[in-house]
Design a protein around this ligand. Sequence first.
Ligand code: TMP
Length: 230
Amino acid sequence: MSGAGEAYPGESRAALRDGGGLFVTFEGGEGAGKSTQIRHLAQALAEAGHRVTLTREPGGTPLAEAIRALLLGPDNAAGDPWTQLLLFAAARRENIRAVIAPALARGEIVLCDRFADSTRAYQGGRLPDAAIETAIALATGGLAPDLTILLDLPPEAGLARAQARRRGAAGDPFEAADLAFHAAVRSRFLAIAAREPDRVLVFDGTEPEADLAARIGAALATRLAAAAPA
Ligand code: TMP
């Protein structure tokens, strides 16, 4: 058990950046193709000689994966929206502490499948914004992505894709919500992108997989070139 005075990784954000790491998140609705595209990008970056750490939320560590099972299990064991908010925050804290912060400090590129914008988009309609931002701040200590790839597509298309991928198995409780909920999630993601256009790049998730992978790879190359020391 750590001591009460342990420095939180997010408290030394400047020190994290001394390692030269780049923190990239992938966001989007159900069936947007995040997991596929994140794998393409990880492979392209590794082939270009970069050290890459791949993780996901909720998840990334044994404890956070156990929280994931509670949150996304078919029996809806995760309780009401407030409990869910706190569980997503706890899983995030764990992923940052054990995986994301150490990889950034080693100077790696961290690719994370979902992060705080998913909390804003999915929990956003159900809880006050201030509570959501407080939970995110507690979990992250202020650590935010350098770049976010938002894969945007109509929820009808994404849900159909997610359903086909499951081949008849039940979806998680969030996926099972009605179309109006998923349309609202999409609008909240797009609103975040409109507020933070430098951080959040929006891609058309209906584009063919290879074209999209090439486009995302080019965006990363541009960002890495801009971040490289002169
Ligand atoms: P996925 O990673 O397989 O898409 O599943 C994660 C699900 O959890 C998805 O329905 C979105 C939801 N989610 C939230 O509601 N809030 C969060 O903060 C995160 C990370 C995910």
